[in-house]
Design a protein around this ligand. Structure first.
Ligand SMILES: *Cc1c(COP(=O)(O)O)cnc(C)c1O
Length: 342
């Protein structure tokens, strides 16, 4: 990151470190569509083992891994239950309808987290021909639009129980799951135990240039591999990118705590400013706050751009900052000095 520009629009803006680039340069590659890229295969096996799941599929984006899961679990006329702030509902271009010909029932959770009771009450009557067939539940952890909130794992277990009792599959949009894992006592295997499919992003806090993984059973991943090809996601010497993923899983997980510490510092800085009305609770690397008065997020963002600080609007009066691997303590100091309205 340019020392004078503080880019907090997302944790996707990071550039690969020289050590990560070195790992990419040294990657042994093959043709992944033929299944013989050794580095892609190693990444998929490593991730599957980590989560105690049978198989994994390396994909270009988290949108693709989520959409593949939905496509595999649903049939035309199915319904997906999720929180109203979910990425799969808000930010995937209507993909549930487009790819899986299915509808969504959105629930109003607590900072994006739904409960087992809400899920139970949202399941349609399978005997009633008027209603779409409820097929899957999708949770997001951490919850982006909920300010990086973390799910209570006990509630996840209760949701799983409801899913089992009602024949529903349970998917996790874990784009930022590692941010939750470093703050809680659960392991990746605990998550692998509960979810039918898990999507994780390597391109967010883990600092890879590109890439996400879908985890599931051999059968689910085999189907997903077919749909990935149909979506144009069959890639060839993807091992160069998979090498970055292996590097990230080995080196960039524990350091997420630094991002969380800096996000909390940003929250403290913000709460002293007169232009801030309130700040969402900060538990991971996402800071969402509401502007005071009638100030519009777009006007605030334009003013910050003039100060070399980049952020995004998360509502008419809501702004989001995301900390990441290329945002250091030095950048935090510059941020504090420059964060002022003209
Ligand atoms: C970033 C993100 C994704 C996937 O985004 P891509 O840009 O398609 O990789 C999915 N879910 C959540 C919660 C995200 O933040």
């Amino acid at each position: 990151m340019d020392a004078t520009i503080i880019d907090l629009r997302s944790d996707t803006v990071t550039r690969p470190s020289s050590a990560m680039l070195q790992a990419m340069l040294e990657a042994k590659v093959g043709d992944d569509v033929f299944g013989d890229d050794p580095t892609v295969n190693a990444l998929e096996q490593k991730a599957a083992a980590m989560f105690g799941m049978q198989a994994a599929l390396f994909c270009p984006s988290g949108t693709m891994t989520n959409q593949l899961a939905i496509r595999v679990h649903c049939q035309p006329g199915s319904e997906v239950i999720c929180d109203q702030l979910s990425h799969i509902f808000l930010y995937e271009g209507g993909g549930i309808a487009l790819n899986a010909f299915s509808s969504v029932k959105t629930l109003a959770g607590d900072l994006g987290r739904i409960t087992a009771e809400q899920v139970q009450n949202a399941i349609n009557n399978a005997e009633d021909v008027h209603q779409p067939v409820t097929r899957m539940v999708s949770l997001e952890n951490t919850m982006n639009k909920g300010g990086g909130s973390i799910y209570d794992f006990n509630e996840i277990r209760k949701i799983k129980k409801v899913c089992i009792e009602n024949g529903l599959t349970l998917h996790l949009d874990g784009a930022r799951l590692f941010n939750a894992l470093v703050e809680t006592s659960e392991t990746p295997a605990d998550y692998g135990d509960v979810f039918d499919t898990i999507s994780i992003c390597l391109s967010k806090g883990l600092g890879c240039p590109v890439g996400s993984l879908l985890l599931g059973t051999n059968e689910v991943i085999k189907k997903a591999r077919r749909f990935r090809k149909v979506m144009g996601g069959g890639w060839r010497q993807a091992g160069f990118l998979a090498a970055a993923g292996i590097y990230a899983l080995d080196n960039n997980i524990d350091r997420l705590r630094d991002d969380h510490r800096r996000a909390k510092s940003i929250g403290e800085i913000l709460s002293k400013k007169s232009f801030v009305k309130s700040v969402y609770p900060i538990t991971t690397n996402i800071v969402i706050f509401e502007l005071a008065g009638d100030m519009l997020a777009k006007d605030f963002i334009a003013a910050m751009a003039g100060k070399g600080i980049k952020c995004v609007a998360f509502g008419k009066h809501l702004v989001r900052f995301v900390t990441h691997l290329d945002f250091t303590d030095h950048h935090l100091e510059i941020f504090e000095q420059n964060l002022a309205l003209p």
